[in-house]
Write a protein that binds this ligand. Structure first.
Ligand SMILES: [Zn+2]
Length: 133
């Protein structure tokens, strides 16, 4: 069981069981939402996560018609990104690893959207590097 929270503490969560993967995402949208060069994501099933508190949502649509393809959920008080729902893969979520209470065991080995990767970023230990998702 892993626990986490937003910056202000209005939102807390528990994440149970084994992760599907731990993945770095270099996409431009993650860079903008996180204010950083990439995001670090705990890929899991929605049923593994229990959320306490209210999350706001920002829906990304348009890449494939008007369909929502990512629903980014964040604390409406402090703005911390908590998770993204990968709506094209029903029930799959990407929990933002920086919100964990204990981040010491996070060990990403997959990176996605390398097409947007910044030239000054080099990450060791990546078993899989994908140009896009
Ligand atoms: Zn908050």
């Amino acid at each position: 069981m892993q626990t986490g929270r937003c910056l202000c503490g209005a939102v807390t969560y528990e994440l149970a069981g084994d992760l599907i993967a731990t993945a770095v995402c270099h996409c431009d949208h993650c860079q903008r939402q996180g204010g950083s060069a990439f995001s670090v994501n705990l890929i899991a099933h929605e049923s593994q996560m229990t959320i306490h508190g209210e999350l706001k949502a920002y829906e990304e649509r348009g890449e494939l018609g008007d369909q929502v393809y990512v629903r980014r959920r964040f604390c409406g008080t402090c703005g911390s990104p908590i998770l993204s729902e990968i709506t094209l893969s029903a029930g799959i979520i990407a929990v933002k690893a920086g919100t964990l209470d204990d981040k010491s065991a996070v060990n990403p080995n997959v990176e996605a959207w390398c097409v947007d990767k910044q030239p000054w970023v080099a990450l060791p230990g990546m078993a899989v590097s994908m140009e896009r998702e």
